[in-house]
Design a protein. Structure first.
Length: 836
């Protein structure tokens, strides 16, 4: 039995336990015996220096071919090319073998790959290119793409970096996969094993730089001990061609260096930065450069001294210039104390207002790093108008792989379709084709530098991002930075084959789940361009639309009893539409031409305003929240249909998350719908909102040791109330008679899982225990937790197919733990096919 199980597993290409650490570099055996005869038998490496990316390529090729075909490559000699893989730089190749035609076509980091019969050539423009070509070849083999190929691949842009928001104490801002792999207790970590493994993953998707610390930077990174530590990190990354960079705190000369000022025009400050920079480059001669967040969200910057942002950026540029370093300067500068009573105030205008007069004033090694939208990684934003404002400044786009506003890796949201919409968007500057992807590459405005920065925030969790399915985002990010013309679905399917194997049903199912995941998330969070509608004042996870208004942060919805949306028109609003080139501005200026999915971003309209679909705004809100949440339920069934086709470890891990998402999508649906129903008092035409015939509210049960509790915000509890235990040491019970007809039901319990305790629950029908569980999601999910009963902590557990008689006694007991008072919202009795 055991043996046949193992054979069955081998047949399907399943490894016994897969913890995710290999990500898409599993090199799993191909499913059917693919002929080995045409494979090369040896490898000729044109650089035998240990630690060089070409040497790494050689090791990787051996490892991959061993894994995929069980074949050990011999060491070839340069005189015998027959049946060999030759890997090296164009220069090294020409030295050994003479002229090579395609060399002229190679651009920096590019490669030539040719695989014909059993002769394989992998020639990089540089060492990094040779490594990229090797990973590309192995990816083809691992996907069973064994046919002959011959092509040159060059990068679309030179800057293909990740940003990691890791703090010196080992925590990660907006990280959902455990603590840092780079830092602990205020210092760079000693053990760089995972750092090297991460660099390997990044090299395989052609990422060439990594900023290792948070943009909200801590100057203690610049201590001698930490500079030495940075050297350790760079040493671990160098064999993979990934260059290290760091974020700087603008005030360091004062707070860390002991100077009386950090004025960028003070010569002592300049000298201080030159000194520090020299020290770092002495230890990391190939450092990529710096990333700076200045005068943003409380961070210090040049404005403190009435200096311009360009003067601030250029100070770092001068220090880095002699070493060939680049300064990425973030455009995320805005005033977070603006006044909503001013109809014309608009945070979305800030970047253009701060930067437009500085165009052309940045040194040539400065790149302005611009978030894709004008606000902050929302589920839907138009492209930032700054991309078309800066014509004489190099720019890069900032994308977020970590799902800060997009479910924090507990909701499946495949982001490549969102990024593609942004990258392919045509800003029509000067009435000429001006796609964002061609602006950031430097091509459109003829800039020397440009590219992408992806905020990733991997952690020590073996899954890297906290969730296996989220890794498709990292994979797609890197390859889109290399070639934005690649399709979102094509990238996804390559990733599925590499991650889960070749089973057709797995490929189809995961494709379908992933491709509808962003539209579903948009549907049940914030649609029509109103932003994510999450809690912007606490964690950016669960629903809380009220937090978006009546504060200075400027993520306003301007929702009142009758109307909603930001009037960003020139004719009557904030003028933001006018920041775009004229053709695009014209589209956004008018309600008629603005696409529905950005309507409320650009216009303030009545809830009864009719969309192009014919529905009113409010009915669209209701419908799409129901449809999006229904899609989230389907994801569970779809994943379940893959049981036995994926190894148990990953199958269970993903299933747990899909079930969580299905429950949390209902929290979102009900919360947002209830909020706008309450505000507008406009009824749902389909009669669903506020009407829950399958629920029993906990506060209406007979309580012993429990009391009713008004939840804040009110719409994150069904009926605005939940129950909590009266003491934090003794158990409480809630009982009620079942009034539903006898039959089989799925019984769902909505409760709140707070951080700071692990309450224990039991559900009984009559005296039979149906199930028990613990409030321990803080150990099982990585999202930012909450200490309150709210939209972040609200969750659901479901017991399937339970036989219940009318008049039976339902009892839930809850044992509080610490500050978690075993909170319960309601219980649903769901007949087959009903979701409530
Ligand atoms: C071999 O690799 C080392 C380290 O990357 C590099 O310094 C050297 O130039 C390389 N030699 C050739 C011939 O490419
Ligand atoms: C190939 O050469 C490497 C050193 O470059 C050595 O470690 C390895 O054992 C050799 N492999 C074979 C199969 O001879
Ligand atoms: C910076 O790091 C030091 C050393 O770990 C720590 O004591 C300090 O609190 C940190 N500062 C901030 C603002 O996080
Ligand atoms: C370093 O980290 C790796 C990966 O987490 C681990 O396997 C290894 O045991 C660690 N080494 C030491 C010396 O702690
Ligand atoms: C940097 O400054 C320190 C003292 O603050 C000095 O000892 C050192 O020589 C300087 N290093 C460089 C590279 O200028
Ligand atoms: C900056 O300028 C403002 C007025 O333009 C002035 O009130 C302020 O004192 C100046 N600050 C500094 C640090 O020079
Ligand atoms: C990774 O996260 C999962 C929850 O997603 C958790 O169960 C597991 O213990 C974590 N593993 C590590 C090594 O952090
Ligand atoms: C024009 O702006 C005012 C606020 O200044 C607002 O109250 C009004 O609704 C807007 N009118 C239209 C037609 O959008
Ligand atoms: C929007 O609703 C308000 C309040 O009911 C009403 O006065 C106004 O005429 C409506 N505007 C439009 C454009 O329908
Ligand atoms: C999202 O909502 C729209 C409008 O209600 C609907 O047409 C679409 O099918 C939904 N998509 C998903 C994936 O939920
Ligand atoms: C449950 O058990 C208790 C005592 O153990 C008994 O008094 C009670 O009648 C039982 N209730 C039901 C509904 O069976
Ligand atoms: C019990 O609850 C009280 C009040 O909420 C709180 O102050 C106390 O810390 C809790 N006790 C424990 C052990 O968590």
């Amino acid at each position: 039995m055991l043996l046949s199980g193992v054979l069955f597993g081998l047949f399907l290409g399943l490894a016994s336990g897969e913890d995710g650490s290999a990500a898409w570099l599993r090199y799993a055996p191909l499913p059917h015996d693919s002929s080995h005869s045409s494979l090369p038998s040896s490898i000729i490496t044109l650089n035998s220096t240990r630690g060089s990316p070409v040497y790494t390529a050689q090791q990787e090729l051996r490892r991959g071919i061993q894994g995929i075909f069980g074949k050990t490559l011999n060491n070839g000699t340069s005189s015998n090319q027959h049946g060999a893989i030759i890997v090296g730089t164009a220069q090294a190749y020409q030295k050994s073998y003479g002229e090579f035609d395609d060399a002229k076509e190679l651009e920096e980091d590019g490669y030539f790959l040719s695989s014909e019969s059993n002769q394989v050539l992998i020639i990089g423009q540089n060492e990094r290119g040779a490594l990229y070509g090797s990973f590309d070849y192995l990816s083809r083999l691992a996907q069973g793409k064994l046919g002959a190929v011959s092509y040159v691949s060059n990068p679309h842009a030179s800057i293909r970096w990740t940003n990691e928001w890791d703090n010196m104490d080992g925590s990660i801002e907006r990280g959902y996969a455990g603590p840092s792999i780079f830092f602990e207790n205020g210092f760079v970590t000693d053990n760089v094993t995972r750092v090297a493994e991460y660099a390997r993953l990044l090299a395989s998707i052609r990422i060439n730089g990594m900023i290792v610390n948070n943009v909200n930077a801590n100057a203690t990174l610049l201590s001698p001990r930490n500079i030495n530590g940075l050297g350790r990190l760079a040493d671990a990354m160098r064999p993979y061609g990934v260059q290290l960079g760091i974020s700087l705190n603008f005030a360091s000369p004062q707070t860390f260096g002991g100077l009386s000022t950090f004025d960028p025009l003070d010569p002592a400050v300049d000298a201080w930065w030159a000194n520090i920079t020299n020290q770092i480059y002495a230890r990391v001669p190939d450092m990529a450069g710096y990333l700076v967040k200045a005068n943003s969200e409380g961070q210090p910057g040049p404005l403190t001294y009435n200096r311009t942002l360009a003067e601030g950026a250029n100070m770092f540029a001068r220090a880095a210039k002699p070493h060939g370093g680049i300064v990425m300067f973030r455009a995320f500068v805005y005033d977070n104390h603006i006044n909503e009573s001013n109809w014309k105030a608009d945070r979305a205008n800030a970047a253009v207002e701060f930067f437009q007069d500085l165009d052309g004033k940045f040194d040539d090694n400065v790149v302005v790093q611009i978030k894709y939208g004008p606000i902050d990684f929302q589920v839907r934003e138009p492209v930032s108008p700054l991309f078309s404002t800066l014509r004489n400044t190099s720019t890069a786009i900032e994308l977020q792989v970590t799902q800060e506003y997009l479910g924090q890796q507990t909701h499946l949201v495949y982001l490549a379709p969102l990024w593609k919409e942004i990258l392919e968007f045509d800003m029509k500057a000067d009435n000429r084709s001006s796609k964002v992807k061609d602006i950031i590459s430097g091509e459109r405005f003829r800039r020397p530098l440009g590219g992408s920065a992806g905020v990733v925030n991997v952690g020590t969790n073996t899954t890297w991002l906290g969730s296996h399915l989220s890794m498709s985002n990292l994979y797609a990010y890197g390859l889109l930075a290399w070639d934005p013309a690649l399709g979102a679905e094509e990238l996804l399917q390559d990733w599925i084959r590499l991650t889960f194997g070749h089973d057709k049903k797995v490929i189809e199912t995961v494709t379908e789940m992933s491709m509808k995941s962003w539209p579903a998330y948009e549907n049940y969070t914030g649609n029509l361009g109103i932003q994510t509608l999450t809690d912007i004042l606490y964690t950016h996870f669960g629903p809380n639309p009220a937090t978006m208004d009546n504060n200075g942060w400027g993520q306003w919805t301007r929702a009142d009893k009758f109307s909603i949306g930001m009037d960003r028109t020139v004719k009557n609003g904030t003028g933001n539409a006018g920041q775009y080139p004229s053709e695009v501005a014209k589209v956004y200026e008018s309600i008629e031409t603005t696409p529905d999915n950005l309507l409320l971003w650009f216009h303030h309209v009545n809830y009864t305003h009719r969309l192009k679909s014919g529905k009113t705004v409010i009915q669209h809100f209701y419908d799409s929240h129901y449809e999006g949440a229904a899609t989230a339920q389907d994801l569970v069934e779809q994943w379940n249909s893959l049981e036995g086709r994926i190894d148990v470890e990953r199958f269970e891990h993903v299933l747990f998350r899909q079930k969580y998402q299905a429950g949390h999508a209902l929290v979102w649906r009900d919360s947002i719908n209830q909020f706008y129903y309450n505000l507008s008092e406009i009824k749902d035409e389909a009669g669903r909102v506020g009407n829950h015939p399958y629920r029993i509210e906990a506060e209406k049960m007979t309580l012993d040791g429990y009391r009713s509790y008004s939840v804040n915000p009110f719409h994150t509890a069904s009926g605005a109330k939940a129950i909590v235990t009266t003491s934090n040491t003794t158990e409480g019970t809630a009982t009620t008679k079942v009034t539903f007809e006898s039959g089989r039901y799925d019984i769902a319990v909505n409760y709140y899982d707070l951080i700071g305790g692990k309450a224990q629950y039991e559900l009984h029908i009559n005296n039979k225990t149906i199930g028990s569980w613990k409030g321990d999601l803080e150990d099982k999910l990585g999202h930012a937790p909450s200490v309150y009963l709210d939209g972040h902590s609200a969750t659901r557990i479901t017991f399937r197919n339970i036989t219940v008689g009318k008049g039976d006694v339902l009892k839930i007991s809850g044992r509080p733990d610490g500050v978690e008072p075993a909170p319960i919202d309601y219980v649903s009795f769901l007949p087959p096919g009903v979701v409530d």
